[in-house]
Design a protein around this ligand. Structure first.
Ligand code: FPP
Length: 240
């Protein structure tokens, strides 16, 4: 793989995607390969998040969405689900000043149903603290599921008694109303599926998959993914 600086320069010559969304998969397998507990895998995953957030900021990417906890993740053993949420909460508390100082705006998308009140308060505070920044928008998907988002949106629209609605109007009611659709969705760990992530928003996203397990995903491979994106011909159903 090329030296990091060389890659940065090469990536910056091309079009930088406005919004990248990532399915961070493979923490459990990474831990298993090392004879470690699954939570150790998630802890290693946090280190990878840090690197990718930093690189995104350096490249001038405006939006980065990461899938931290899905509505389906509740199906995991209770102690693992709790441990992942606690890890997210602790990481957020530990990193928030650093994120604020680095001009990052921290947003959250997902359902509040089932989350602890104290957790919701913390994520609201993190947004309040960073909302006036102007750099990278880091969007953390917690208790997020695409189908659930669409159903919550439909119920919200029905409660307003609007019965005819356009695609744009519909988008304006989604959790992601303030963000552009992702240009690219990356998934690690060799699984080739979307798993209920941004299913409305990713309709025209370029998909990029790697066998690398999330804790091993680094800035160099991230930039290789962006270089591949820059070679793709995006037609949005039209001709070019
Ligand atoms: C998927 O790996 C990973 C998760 C469900 C959790 C991802 C969460 C983090 C990396 C922490 C994020 C932290 C912040 C601050 C946002 P898996 O357990 O499904 O792996 P496996 O498929 O190999 O079992």
């Amino acid at each position: 793989m090329k030296a990091k600086e060389e890659l940065i320069a090469q990536v910056k010559k091309g079009t930088i995607p406005t919004h990248i969304a990532i399915i961070m998969d493979g923490n459990g397998r990474w831990a298993k390969q090392r004879g470690l507990s699954r939570i150790k895998g998630h802890q290693a995953g946090v280190k990878a998040v840090r690197k990718i957030v930093e690189t995104s900021g350096n490249l001038g990417i405006k939006y980065l969405t990461i899938y931290a906890f899905s509505t389906e993740n509740w199906r995991r053993p209770e102690n693992e689900a709790k441990a992942v949420l606690t890890l997210i909460e602790n990481t957020l508390m530990k990193e928030i000043n650093n994120l604020a100082k680095n001009n990052v705006i921290v947003h959250f998308i997902g359902s509040q149903k089932g989350l602890k009140k104290s957790f919701i308060e913390k994520i609201n505070k993190a947004y309040q603290k960073t909302k006036n920044n102007t750099g990278l928008n880091l969007i953390i998907a917690i208790n997020y599921g695409g189908r659930n988002e669409i159903i919550e949106t439909i119920n919200n629209i029905l409660s307003k008694q609007l019965n005819i609605i356009t695609e744009t109007e519909f988008s304006n009611y989604l959790y992601t109303s303030k963000f552009p659709d992702p240009d690219m969705v990356i998934r690690t760990s060799g699984e080739i599926r979307i798993s209920n992530f941004l299913i409305w928003q990713a309709a025209y996203s370029e998909l990029w998959f790697t066998k690398t397990l999330w804790p091993d995903f680094n800035s160099e491979e991230y930039m290789q993914a962006i270089l591949d994106f820059q070679k793709r011909n995006r037609k949005f159903g039209g001709v070019k």
